[in-house]
Design a protein around this ligand. Structure first.
Ligand code: 5AD
Ligand code: SF4
Length: 432
């Protein structure tokens, strides 16, 4: 019965949500469709990290209500971090919602759907002990795109003063290595050649005595798996064994997203980051010592409560030293319930001006990094057709998009490419 029902999922936020959406679609047994009009069920997989996230979900739900008027059998569900944070509030504020499921309860989706289809409303935002993917049925052995995500760890125990993740995703939980290795082998059988290991704090991965480094070394033994990446990491969890892996595991790609948030020690302290700018820079030195070409990316928050001009200048200085290949920067905005929310805020105009100055520098560095690729030859994983016919877009070891002349039959192949041109967000290359 489920097979002829249609599901429309709208995914917000991080790659972990993209991964979760795929698993949830599998769990429902419904067929996924690209538009809400055609659906028997609409599921919003929400993210809570940006400003006013919950309000945006409520207004989206207000819009979706109209589809229920056209199709009274339509079911509407909310998943993800806003579901976790708001819980029963969503059910009471928006009568059109049939189901609210938090990120740790996706294994209960099949029973919750049965409940919903019987005309009840279902809610589960508990944090159970068991692996939420354990009970999810696996789809048929369909081919997968060459690059896939694999969630290895969820939750966060760090409690940065600005961040909702520890409250919405709960404590750090690592999935068992045996299951991850089996899932990775399955992905490779389906045509996957690159796996990106996901976690809110992925380098805090610890299952018995398995660290992330050990997991990477074991994954690297899988024939047919050519590339391994991981994201997102906290500087304090960069263990010696993980640094060593960057030096000697060939399949581990030379790209590291290692957010620092600020270059000022007093701001770092107020953020509860538990390291100094110097410690961060020394860590990068150790990583670059074993992998000199590693591309670094980071996240930054400007205008955190208490940030003075000198603190902001320290962030600019740090960026000037590191020269990030890519970066994400945000104005601080308060998340209710987090420690920094009640502190005195930096003036909005000052935040806007600092963000512009920081982004000007980060963009310049990113452009210089892109430019430095021209004339180099590097392995590119061809992934999907590009904008023009006869063109494919692939990925460099440094996570850059590379456009090349190639046919769609080349998807999943790694070719040597000579880089001919660079733009801010992509490169052009020729197969050599
Ligand atoms: N305000 C601004 N940026 C934030 N981030 C997380 N919480 C906030 C907030 N309250 C940013 C951080 C984090 C990234 C995913 O989002 O830089 O690393
Ligand atoms: Fe949020 Fe990352 Fe800090 Fe955890 S380490 S609290 S996820 S910013």
């Amino acid at each position: 019965m489920a097979a002829d029902k249609k599901l429309y999922i709208k995914t917000y936020g991080c790659q972990m949500n993209v991964y979760d959406s795929e698993r949830m679609a599998d769990a429902t047994g419904y067929q996924t469709v690209d538009s809400p009009e055609a659906a028997d069920m609409i599921l919003l997989n929400t993210c809570h990290i940006r400003e006013k996230a919950a309000e945006k979900v409520y207004s989206e739900l207000g819009r979706l209500k109209q589809f229920k008027q056209a199709n009274p059998d339509l079911k509407i569900g909310v998943a993800g971090c806003v579901a976790q944070a708001e819980g029963a509030e969503i059910i009471s504020r928006q009568p059109a919602v049939d189901l609210v499921v938090g990120p740790q309860a996706y294994h209960r989706l099949p029973e919750m759907l049965a409940q919903v289809n019987a005309g009840e409303r279902a809610i589960d935002t508990d944090f159970p002990e068991e692996d939420k993917f354990d009970h999810l049925p696996r789809g048929p052995k369909a081919r997968r795109a060459p690059s896939a995500f694999l969630t290895v760890q969820e939750g966060c125990d760090k409690f940065c003063a600005f961040c909702v993740v520890p409250y919405t995703r709960g404590a750090e939980v690592s999935r068992p290595p045996a299951r991850l290795l089996a899932e990775a082998r399955d992905l490779v059988e389906r045509g996957v050649v690159e796996i990106n290991l996901l976690g809110q704090n992925v380098n805090a991965y610890l299952a018995d005595d398995w660290t992330l480094a050990r997991l990477i070394r074991e994954l690297a033994k899988i024939d047919g798996l050519a590339r391994i990446r991981y994201t997102t990491s906290h500087p304090n969890d960069m263990g010696d064994d993980l640094i060593a892996a960057h030096g000697d595991v060939e399949k581990l790609m030379p790209y590291l997203h290692l957010p620092v948030q600020s270059g000022s020690d007093s701001v770092l302290k107020a953020m509860n980051r538990r390291h100094t700018a110097r410690e961060y820079l020394e860590l990068l030195e150790r990583i670059r010592a074993v992998r000199p070409d590693i591309a670094l990316s980071g996240d930054f928050i400007v205008g955190f409560p208490g940030e003075q001009e000198a603190d902001f200048q320290a962030t600019l200085d740090l960026c000037e030293q590191v020269r990030y290949a890519a970066a994400f920067s945000f104005k601080y905005s308060a998340r209710p319930g987090t420690p920094a929310a009640d502190r005195a805020h930096v003036d909005e105009g000052v935040k806007t001006e600092r963000l512009a100055r920081l982004q000007e520098m980060l963009t310049r560095h990113q452009y210089e990094f892109q430019q430095s690729m021209v004339g180099k030859t590097m392995p590119v994983l061809l992934e999907k057709p590009g904008r023009d016919p006869g063109q494919m877009v692939g990925k460099s070891p440094y996570l850059q998009a590379v456009f090349m002349d190639a046919g769609p039959e080349m998807a999943g192949r790694i070719v040597q490419a000579s880089i001919t041109r660079s733009a801010r967000n992509s490169l052009a290359g020729e197969i050599v």
